[in-house]
Design a protein around this ligand. Sequence first.
Ligand SMILES: *[C@@H]1O[C@H](CO)[C@@H](O)[C@H](O)[C@H]1NC(C)=O
Ligand SMILES: *[C@@H]1O[C@H](CO)[C@@H](O)[C@H](O)[C@H]1NC(C)=O
Ligand SMILES: *[C@@H]1O[C@H](CO)[C@@H](O)[C@H](O)[C@H]1NC(C)=O
Ligand SMILES: *[C@@H]1O[C@H](CO)[C@@H](O)[C@H](O)[C@H]1NC(C)=O
Length: 471
Amino acid sequence: MDHKKIVVTFRMICLVAMLVIFLENSNGISLEDNLVDYSELVEDEVEIHLPHSRKNDGFCKFGDMEDEEWTMVQKKDNQFVVSGQPFYVNGFNTYWLMVFAADQSTRGKVTEVFQQASSVGLTVCRTWAFNDGQWRALQKSPSVYDEEVFKALDFVIREAKKFKIRLILSLVNNWEAYGGKSQYVKWGKATGLNLTSDDDFFSHSTLKGYYKAHVKMVLGRVNTLTNITYKDDPTIFAWELMNEPRCESDPSGNKLQAWIEEMAVYVKSIDPKHLLEIGLEGFYGPSTLNRVQFNPNTYAQQVGTDFIRNHQILGVDFASVHIYPDSWISQSISDAHIEFTKSWMQSHIDDAENYLGMPVVFSEFGVSAKDPGYNSTYRDTLINTVYKTLLNSTRKGGSGGGSLFWQLFPEGTDYMDDGYAVVLSKSPSTSDIISIQSTRLKTFNSLCSWKCHWGCKKKHHMETFPYHDEL
Ligand SMILES: *[C@@H]1O[C@H](CO)[C@@H](O)[C@H](O)[C@H]1NC(C)=O
Ligand SMILES: *[C@@H]1O[C@H](CO)[C@@H](O)[C@H](O)[C@H]1NC(C)=O
Ligand SMILES: *[C@@H]1O[C@H](CO)[C@@H](O)[C@H](O)[C@H]1NC(C)=O
Ligand SMILES: *[C@@H]1O[C@H](CO)[C@@H](O)[C@H](O)[C@H]1NC(C)=O
């Protein structure tokens, strides 16, 4: 029948067309071909340039983001990926960007921080997307926003992108700075609620409602400078539920667990595209008594947080850990702080691999220049310890996703310095260490596509990857 003939012919044409497309594609982007060329190139680059040169000119052709699409960071198993390539993070904290951007006289500092960060290869910045009820508040009272301050946050996001820096935006503070949970409780009391503890923030339905409204407001914000809705903006690396949540009123951890469960799903229901983390310091709690030995002190297991249990919550994409031996163990600097840093990091990397199946970011670490026994050599040693411990994981394709030091300041902001500020122009050795780490991670990111058998390829090339002694 004619009809049948037409169908058969049509099918033949389709088949040939598909074959042609297939062949063209396999000429164009053959994975295997690419893989061989790529890795040979890479081997040369690594051996020739890396150990001998601190400049990253040899890597620009791999790491250069100039022509690349600016896309959302995603997660693939225990690694971050951007456009199919791994994304290991060398980053920093500068919490006050929004407030500085809100005034013309200080706005330039925001650009300066990003510019300096980018000059040493940093690619992620963690900062506050909250300021509740305080001076220059974003949220003046529940659901009442200062448009000028919101525009300042718009500015921060646009400036970050200019310098190819992505942002982790935290949505509320556990502590009183910039308002925090205690401000939410004050607001609740002002409406006549019978609230007895700042931890009512985690359990009272009205206060949870305030927080959700804030989340909805920020995620749904249309940036007035770019017209991009925050929830669609690839400049945002991730949302953070809260800076350093603790719920000491319930050491069992159940209260905080329930809050995280509710809020993680809430954030994801509004914004399923971005990654989400909690903002925890990383203390082991009652659900893993065999791990509490790694805590810095015995008090840490009683603050209502529980690293492994908290991170097994639906919607949480990666783990966060902070590292502050000078505040948790003793203010006086000692070698024990370095030993603690190593074991604290290793135990969390192991957990992220063995129990959580997610990346872990050491999202705050640093040391105060005001500590007894402090000197800049010690700070360099601490930073180096964090970087090396991460690389030990990175080069095996492990869960060590990156780190963000606390905190990067530009010159002329000393009056804000609590002792932890790193001013690059005043600290050439620290600046070098940061820069070298950025170069290493960039190299990993560009030469190790997870598409091309990431684990074994990387292992092969990275066993000899220099990371121990060239500093
Ligand atoms: C407020 O709440 C506390 C604890 O929940 C309770 O003991 C107290 O009686 C309450 N006060 C009033 C005025 O309802
Ligand atoms: C944003 O949208 C407005 C109104 O549609 C338009 O005038 C403006 O040029 C847009 N800005 C950018 C940066 O796209
Ligand atoms: C720096 O501090 C560390 C730790 O307190 C100490 O071991 C070291 O000797 C100090 N170095 C200098 C140059 O003072
Ligand atoms: C490197 O990682 C392995 C686990 O993958 C761990 O056992 C070892 O202690 C780490 N070494 C250093 C120097 O951090």
